[in-house]
Ligand binder design. Structure first.
Ligand SMILES: [Zn+2]
Length: 223
């Protein structure tokens, strides 16, 4: 049985580079892969762009309401028809932007179709709240692997500070694409709290009272 892998990190942790390296490793052994990514990321549109300058086109992009299972199966069938070889791996970039349903389908592809799925993504947004796709991947992936990067102070970075015109901001939409509307800096928890005035998840969820026991509040609103 194949597995679903989630390789996550902060911004600038080399996720796309690691994905393209994994793709290269498969192909060096003569194996076929399928590359996919959500369409919401406008950075590379139809390509995967690594910060080292390596780019490569994806086989398909998915919108939030697309059936990723069916799309994958269509590409797999075409590969078998055209090359007489099966697909060895599905690689997904920017997996934080997938829906919960699409991540569930990634698990089904791994388990039912017996094709390993490697998903790469950012764990949390600029307010330290999990993206829907990442949250679901953290829940159901067989294997979790953190890709590490360094904060400006030298500690491991775990959060993503968003800045507009050189100033950190802690309010705004969950998605604002790097380099288009805003820029991001990977920060450790200490530097994040220094910049945010000790605030986490600004306005995103109410604090759980100390006497609440196991009764957690409603799910955070990701809309
Ligand atoms: Zn730091």
């Amino acid at each position: 049985m194949a597995k679903l892998y989630f390789r996550y990190g902060a911004m600038n942790s080399g996720k796309s580079t690691a994905l393209l390296q994994a793709a290269y490793n498969y192909e060096e052994r003569g194996q076929l892969i399928v590359l996919a990514k959500p369409r919401i990321d406008t950075k590379g549109d139809q390509t995967i762009v690594s910060r080292l300058g390596v780019t490569r086109p994806v086989d398909f992009t998915v919108d939030l309401d697309d059936d990723i299972y069916t799309r994958f199966q269509a590409h797999r069938a075409a590969a078998i028809r055209d090359t007489s070889r099966d697909v060895s791996c599905l690689l997904v970039d920017e997996a934080q932007f997938l829906s919960t349903q699409q991540v569930d389908d990634l698990l089904r592809i791994a388990v039912r179709e017996d094709v390993p799925v490697l998903a790469y993504g950012i764990r949390t947004d600029f307010q330290t709240v999990a993206f829907p796709g990442s949250r679901r991947l953290l829940e159901i992936a067989h294997s979790l692997e953190e890709l590490k990067t360094i904060c400006r102070c030298g500690r491991k970075a775990v959060f993503n500070g968003r800045s507009v015109d050189g100033r950190f901001v802690f309010d705004g939409d969950q998605v604002a694409i790097d380099g288009v509307d805003v820029t991001y800096e990977s920060l450790c928890a200490a530097c994040y709290l220094d910049e945010s005035g000790d605030t986490l998840a600004t306005g995103r969820r109410s604090a759980v009272p100390l006497d609440a026991g196991l009764e957690l509040g409603p799910d955070p609103d990701f809309s």
